[in-house]
Design a protein. Structure first.
Length: 139
């Protein structure tokens, strides 16, 4: 069995931002030489997410609006976590909703997606450097 590991680094230009990372994961798969197995992709920061969905700008806008309603950034004084001097309690909650990681089957050297599925990095406390772990295992 082969194993492959790579870190992808991002610096989102906004506090909340979604990046399609499917192409980067596919490049990792090509580098690995794995034909059958599993791909694990996870955010290595507690205020970011990795998720699978459609690459449609209206949907991404709706995510932002919906997440801001669920866990609004302001007022920062509304969160106990922010009493520690932080201002990112909302980002922790948004990550909890959107998830930490995805696992995708690898079949015949390809990510085995359903229709329209793509992998995204979701940032909820952006404007600084953060990373995603890509771990591939298989033959």
């Amino acid at each position: 069995m082969k194993s492959y590991r790579k870190e992808l680094w991002f610096n989102a230009p906004e506090r909340m931002y979604f990046i399609n990372i499917t192409g980067q994961i596919e490049e990792c798969l090509r580098e690995s030489g794995i034909r059958e197995g599993l791909a694990l992709v996870n955010a290595m920061h507690i205020t970011a997410s990795v998720f699978i969905n459609d690459d449609e700008s209206g949907l991404h806008h709706d995510y932002g609006v919906w997440l801001e309603k669920l866990a609004p950034h302001e007022p920062v004084s509304g969160y106990h976590h922010n009493r520690t001097g932080e201002d990112n309690a909302d980002a922790h909650m948004k990550r909890q909703v959107m998830g930490r990681e995805v696992v995708v089957a690898i079949t015949d050297g390809q990510l085995d997606f359903g229709p329209w599925e793509q992998i995204f990095y979701g940032e909820f406390d952006g404007r600084r450097r953060k990373r995603v772990l890509v771990k591939l295992i298989g033959d």
